[in-house]
Design a protein around this ligand. Structure first.
Ligand code: NAD
Length: 520
């Protein structure tokens, strides 16, 4: 079989521990509702981050294979567009039910390939599932407008699908982020090509299989694989009308420019450096728990991880107490009971994170908690970095300027609320931010003055649920954030407006002279 174990067809048959991978099989593509083995010459090895055992090989697909996926999506589009919205809604209800049934199987694939804990992987699936659930309510969002604009004349507006659309996904949310695209793009009548991260495509493969089971016709959901070469193919393929990208600034800025130059619509969510301002009047116990959880959960590999603390006034002494809470977190293989954080994605990621901690030490910061040489006994070969807290950080230090994307919390000290706001606003990223305070007035002022696009008030990771939209700003989005993901803007991204103006001539229109002036 070309399917790896995480793709086994029964919902109850999936790996539940790291050592169940006996015979790695290659990851197939998914085209025309079928899994297809690739004839690729180049393959990308995918290792379990907890053990570094080979899990599968992901193809760098050939141009001919990728073209076949676009052919399939293009061929499926006219009939899919012509189905009624209520029909597509019925399929989405089935898709939602199937994702729920396969929840654990999806989560297991994520734990195996991405490394996050099984409980956290279930959350990854849930957040994507909620997008699909919300998409079921599309019928009221898709309504157009109508106005009688003159005597016997009216204008109506409609929202129509774009055609074939594509998503280029990051490694850190293998189910949630493909599900920012699949439900909204398809229910609005588009067909789609998903390129999962080459580091953990398993969950997307299961999502494709479930789309077929739900009754999506061949060609509506297709999966292609690879890295930069596949991305270039997507950017340059004229039949792909829109691109949804989530990932790093390096890839995203390039993708935004090249896709835009090729006339495509782009939505692109990029990197982050999320700050929290901690004020002396906050509920200290809540703040310490929230900060430790949000800094180290998912080993810090969330775009909304709380990675930077701005300790205001007397809270500057709180770093050791946060370290105490962090020490209580258990680092282990993601399938093990009671694990709080798993490994980071790759040996290269570990090396990068460790070198950023080293740089902080060299540049004069204080390492309050050092995770550099930690590893769980049972998994000595994984990519481990334990929770790390760096205090007395200043704005010029490398560990402050770069997104670390690991379980590392950097702490800066300021004296006043105003200084905290200035410091946070001077950062070039604008994804998420939090404030911890018991004062409604302070929270209100923070909310108004702060520039980041997603604000948490005593909430460390303020990711909006799918009835809202994901609203990062500044360098955390490309293109000024005009096209945000999911919610109403997500529906608008995947549709274009058509307006129809009609005149039904009155029976007494008898003049034979043509008018040439703009009607006034
Ligand atoms: P990444 O940019 O390395 O990879 C994302 C996708 O881009 C992958 O599919 C990959 O194949 C492709 N890619 C990578 N390098 C490329 C290149 N040079 N040219 C063309 N394509 C390329 O990102 P990642 O490491 O998978 O994910 C982590 C990053 O994603 C972090 O910066 C994180 O903040 C960001 N992220 C942002 C959000 C958000 O909503 N703002 C959400 C999740 C992750």
């Amino acid at each position: 079989s070309h399917l790896n174990q995480a793709l086994a067809t029964s919902a109850s048959s999936y790996p539940t521990s790291h050592d169940q991978i006996q015979k790695p099989a290659d990851t197939p593509a998914f085209v025309d509702n079928k899994f297809v083995a690739s004839q690729a010459e180049q393959w990308i090895d995918l290792y379990d981050p907890a053990t570094n055992n080979l899990v599968t090989r992901v193809p760098q697909q050939t141009d001919a294979e990728m073209t076949a996926a676009v052919d399939s999506a293009q061929k499926a589009f006219p009939a899919w567009k012509a189905t009624s919205l209520l029909h597509r809604q019925q399929l989405m209800f089935k898709y939602v039910a199937l994702i729920r049934e396969n929840w654990d199987r999806l989560a297991a694939s994520i734990t195996l390939e991405q490394g996050k804990t099984f409980a956290d992987a279930r959350g990854d699936v849930l957040r994507g599932l909620q997008v699909a659930e919300t998409a079921c309510g599309i019928t009221t969002q898709m309504q157009g407008e109508v106005l009688e604009v003159a005597k016997d004349m009216e204008t109506r507006s409609y929202r129509e699908p774009l055609g074939v659309v594509a998503a280029i996904c990051p490694f850190n949310f293998p189910a949630m982020i493909p599900l920012w695209t699949i439900p909204i793009a398809t229910i609005t009548g588009n067909t789609c090509i998903i390129k999962p991260s080459e580091r953990d495509p398993g969950a997307t493969m299961i999502l494709a299989e479930l789309a077929e089971k739900a009754g999506f016709p061949p060609g509506v959901v297709n999966i292609i694989h690879g890295s930069a070469k596949t991305v270039d193919f997507i950017l340059d393929e004229p039949r792909i009308k829109a691109i949804s990208f989530v990932g790093s600034n390096k890839a995203g800025e390039y993708i935004y420019q090249r896709a835009s130059a090729n006339g495509k619509r782009v939505q692109a969510n990029l990197g982050a450096k999320n700050h929290a301002a901690v004020l002396p009047d906050c509920n200290k116990n809540h703040a310490l728990n929230a900060i430790a959880g949000a800094a180290f959960g998912a080993a810090g590999q969330r775009c909304m991880a709380l990675s930077t603390l701005v300790l205001v006034g007397e809270t500057k002494d709180w770093a050791p107490e946060i370290a105490e809470r962090a020490k209580g977190l258990k680092m282990n293989g993601g399938f093990e009971e009671g694990t709080d954080l798993g490994p980071v994605i790759s040996p290269q990621a570990k090396e990068r994170i460790v070198s950023l901690i080293d740089s902080a030490e060299k540049e004069g910061a204080t390492i309050v908690l050092d995770g550099r040489n930690q590893k769980p006994e049972k998994y000595p070969d994984g990519n481990w970095v334990g929770p790390t807290i760096i205090a007395n950080v200043t704005k010029d230090m490398t560990c402050y300027r770069e997104e670390i994307f690991g379980p590392v919390l950097v702490c800066l000290n300021v004296d006043t609320f105003e200084e905290a706001v200035d410091l946070i606003n001077s950062n070039e990223y604008g994804n998420g931010v939090a404030v911890f305070t018991s004062s409604g007035a302070t929270a209100q002022r923070f909310q108004k003055e702060i520039e980041a696009g997603q604000v948490g008030i005593n909430v460390p990771i303020p990711v909006p649920l799918p009835m809202f939209s994901f609203t990062g700003n500044k360098k955390s989005v490309a293109g000024g954030g005009a096209n945000t993901f999911y919610g109403k803007p997500g529906m608008m991204f995947y549709t274009q407006q058509k307006t129809v103006t009609s005149f039904w001539a009155a029976a007494d229109a008898t003049s034979t002279r043509a008018g040439t002036n703009m009607p006034t």
